[in-house]
Design a protein around this ligand. Structure first.
Ligand code: KG4
Ligand code: ZN
Length: 366
């Protein structure tokens, strides 16, 4: 999709209110001109879901209903532009949990009608891709195109070739669990609590990365939906989690901290190895790689990506830590860059829990 220049010019001077409720963070933000974050409020539900070892959709949706009004009020207040200064309303409409998405989408539509301001619906994966362009020191989106994007989060693990705002080619994605899910399930098996990514990151910091040789998932892409994708660019993490379970059955840790640290470090290394191998294959002649999503907070992944970028002499774009996990600034930012679906078409949209992004690549040369 290519947007007319007038549309991008008009939108790029707007103060846009963004709303994000696709999973378990209730977030609102105001972003000016697609890059300048005037306010960003993120209310996490981690404590509510921790006891269950994962996100409980009913609890998430109810909590969004309770938190969203005050989160939006705070974002508008913190932005110092006031309600009169809001030029448009944007919101995530998919992918994500249906009941959680519905809360944000309904609120955003109502606000847009009440304020009589334009309305924009945003794809959550596209917003994660855009997150590396937030902040006045970040590069301009179009200046680094085409580039390869890796989105790694609790719900998604996908590689895209990006040719511009709204122009994406899907190169590969996970066939089963997302990388964040692998962290969360692994941490659960190791008794490290929820969310698992930060827990494994912390526990593994002093462990030996070669203590256990976990397998890097092999991909078959046998599923018809993914038939067009190159197996060398797809991911699989469910076998890794099973390997950890079998390992722990045979080698109980007995709560030994040094032992747990090294198992966590080895498990993390296997996930990072899998992510880097696909990035290495995808980059080929492209000069720039962006990595975003909650898992991009992982300290070992960030170090290994930096090494890869130096080795391949490519530019590496990482989102600022505050924009890695789910947040509404990336939603408002992308809308301000001319992305998303606008107007009546957006108003008529329902939530799309399984929304995907981009055309399928025919081959690695796509
Ligand atoms: O982007 P995000 O907030 O939500 C989704 O769109 O899914 O990502 C959440 C995921 C969780 O699985 C969490 O365990 C993971 O990001 N995560 C991490 C780290 N911090 C958060 N994974 C690895 N290392 C971290 N430091
Ligand atoms: Zn996300």
């Amino acid at each position: 999709m290519c947007y007319p220049t007038w549309r991008v010019l008009v939108i790029s001077v707007m103060n846009i209110l963004g709303i994000e409720t696709s999973c378990d963070e209730t977030s609102a933000a105001v972003v000016s001109g697609g890059r300048q974050v005037l306010s960003s409020v993120v209310r996490s539900q981690v404590e509510l879901h921790g006891a269950y070892g994962g996100v409980v959709p009913e609890i998430a949706a109810r909590s969004h209903v309770e938190a969203l009004p005050s989160v939006i009020e705070k974002a508008v207040k913190d932005s110092n532009v006031g309600w009169d200064g809001i030029d448009a309303v944007s919101v995530t409409y998919g992918p994500g949990l249906a009941s959680s998405l519905l809360v944000g989408l309904s609120a955003a539509k109502a606000l847009s009608m009440r304020l009589r301001k334009p309305f924009c619906a945003i794809n959550h994966i596209e917003a994660h891709i855009y997150s590396v362009f937030l902040g006045e020191n970040a590069p301009q989106f179009e200046s680094v195109c085409p580039f390869i994007s890796l989105v790694v989060s609790g719900g998604h693990t996908s590689l895209h070739r990006v040719d511009g705002v709204g122009r994406y080619t899907l190169l590969g994605q996970t066939m089963d669990d997302a990388a964040g899910e692998a962290f969360d399930k692994g941490a659960n098996l190791l008794g490290l609590g929820y969310p698992g990514g930060p827990a494994i990151d912390k526990a593994g910091a002093n462990g030996k990365t070669d203590f256990v040789r976990f397998p890097i998932g092999r991909q078959k892409c046998s599923n018809k939906v993914f038939a067009g994708l190159d197996p060398k660019l797809c991911f699989s993490f469910s076998g890794l989690k099973t390997a950890l379970r079998y390992y722990l059955d045979r080698n109980p840790t007995g709560g030994d901290k040094a032992n747990i640290a090294s198992i966590a470090a080895s498990y993390q290394e296997a996930i990072v190895d899998a992510l880097l191998a696909r990035c290495r294959t995808a980059i080929r002649k492209k000069a720039c790689l962006s990595v975003s999503g909650g898992v991009s907070l992982n300290s070992r992944l960030r170090v290994r990506l930096q090494e890869l970028a130096e080795e391949l002499r490519i530019r590496l774009l990482l989102a600022e830590p505050k924009y890695c996990a789910d947040n509404a600034a990336m939603v408002a930012g992308l809308a301000g860059a001319g992305g998303g679906i606008w107007g009546d078409e957006a108003m008529n949209l329902d939530v799309e829990p399984s929304l995907s992004l981009g055309f399928l690549a025919d081959s690695l040369n796509a």
